[in-house]
Ligand binder design. Structure first.
Ligand SMILES: Cc1cc2nc3c(=O)[nH]c(=O)nc-3n(C[C@H](O)[C@H](O)[C@H](O)COP(=O)(O)OP(=O)(O)OC[C@H]3O[C@@H](n4cnc5c(N)ncnc54)[C@H](O)[C@@H]3O)c2cc1C
Length: 334
């Protein structure tokens, strides 16, 4: 497998890096503090074609591949994990299911305004009593003439408050377990659709870990103890070396999964390995990042504590680490 980037992929990576550094990073601390939805960044990401990177231009997308998408999400997540997850929830959780399973009419009507960034999307799967165990969903959908009546409540939905279009999972045939779950495209303004209370915190793993490493390298060169920069101490160097090595491994796994998806090869186990390793790497790396920053890592004067909070959630949402291990093991044992 050739993991080298093409010229086009390098170009989109550079555009994302410049955008992240100049426009996203300056807002990151404020967005974390106020939990404000960054409408201005969504507008800019639409202009840059980031809201529909892997979807064909006939559906409003940028017509690029999933690897380019992974590159952009990493760059944006280095600057601001919340903005990274707004983009990935919109693209992977809402646009992708419509692209993969929608009818031509649904793709034209719903995917196009999502992929060109006119509209924002979300996925409503999780419920108060059904997280990992989706068969236990309580939301039902019942056919009523030519319509469906969907009834239930969702929680923890990224972009839920702002989404114009929601992909909602509901039980249509309880007896069929997993196979009895259907997804419905629900537009904002649909009768009975209501948004509940706002939750905080979100993230994307490789980008967060990289942000923690970059901050730690910088800090270790600036901070002096015993009349020398702490980067002179081997204990600090080893932590930095381990952080860099794990991040590279996580990125390679992520790129491999994206490449497999791009080529149409099976990728479920590889995607689970990437998700598992990258999110646990983010936690380990940010943990070390706090250690390197000493007491300052724990304060809000430095972004390290935010990186740690952002890293921790990546082990939980979009399938917990335990569920990723189940997917990998099932693949081995089938
Ligand atoms: C910030 C944030 C954003 C989110 N965004 C979205 C979103 O956009 N859309 C959406 O639908 N959901 C979203 N979620 C929900 C998220 O996907 C769930 O929290 C996650 O799937 C875990 O479900 P749970 O919280 O109910 O935990 P549970 O499923 O109750 O799990 C609790 C613990 O038990 C473990 N466990 C459960 N089952 C097994 C098993 N069979 N074997 C071993 N261990 C197991 C879990 O791994 C975990 O450690 C978000 C959550 C957060 C916090």
């Amino acid at each position: 497998m050739d993991l080298r980037l093409t010229e086009e992929q390098k170009m989109v990576q550079q555009v994302a890096r410049d955008f992240a550094l100049n426009e996203v990073k300056p807002l990151a601390a404020e967005l974390d503090k106020t939990a404000r939805f960054p409408t201005e960044l969504i507008k800019r990401m639409s202009e840059l074609g980031f809201m529909g990177i892997p979807f064909p231009d006939k559906y409003g997308g940028a017509g690029m591949d999933y690897l380019s998408y992974a590159l952009v999400v990493e760059e944006i997540s280095v600057a601001c994990a919340s903005t990274g997850v707004i983009l990935s929830a919109h693209s992977s959780l809402c646009c992708d299911p419509i692209y993969a399973s929608g009818t031509e009419e649904q793709k034209k009507k719903f995917l196009t305004p999502l992929a060109n960034g006119q509209k924002i999307g979300c996925l409503g799967l999780t419920e108060p009593s059904a997280g990992s165990d989706v068969v236990n969903l309580k939301t039902t959908a019942v056919k009523d003439g030519s319509s469906w009546v969907v009834n239930g409540a969702k929680l923890f939905i990224t972009n839920g408050g702002q989404a114009d279009i929601a992909v909602i999972a509901a039980i249509t045939d309880k007896a069929k377990a997993h196979k009895g779950i259907s997804v419905f495209i629900v537009e904002k303004g649909t009768k009975g659709f209501r948004v509940g209370k706002h939750e905080e915190i979100a993230a994307q793993a490789v980008g967060i870990a990289r942000a923690a490493l970059e901050a730690s390298v910088k800090y270790s060169k600036e901070r002096t103890q015993f009349n020398q920069p702490i980067s002179n101490f081997q204990a600090i160097q080893w932590m930095l070396a381990d952080m860099a090595t794990e991040i590279d491994a996580a990125r390679l796994l992520t790129h491999r999964a994206a490449l497999l998806k791009d080529t149409g090869a099976p990728y479920i186990a590889e995607a689970a390995m990437a998700k598992l390793f990258a999110s646990e790497t983010a936690t380990r790396v940010t943990h070390k990042g706090i250690q390197i920053h000493g007491g300052y890592g724990y304060t809000k004067d430095y972004p390290m504590e935010r990186f740690y909070r952002d890293a921790r959630i990546t082990e939980i949402y979009e399938g917990t680490s335990e569920i990723q291990r189940l997917v990998i093991a099932n693949n081995l044992l089938k």
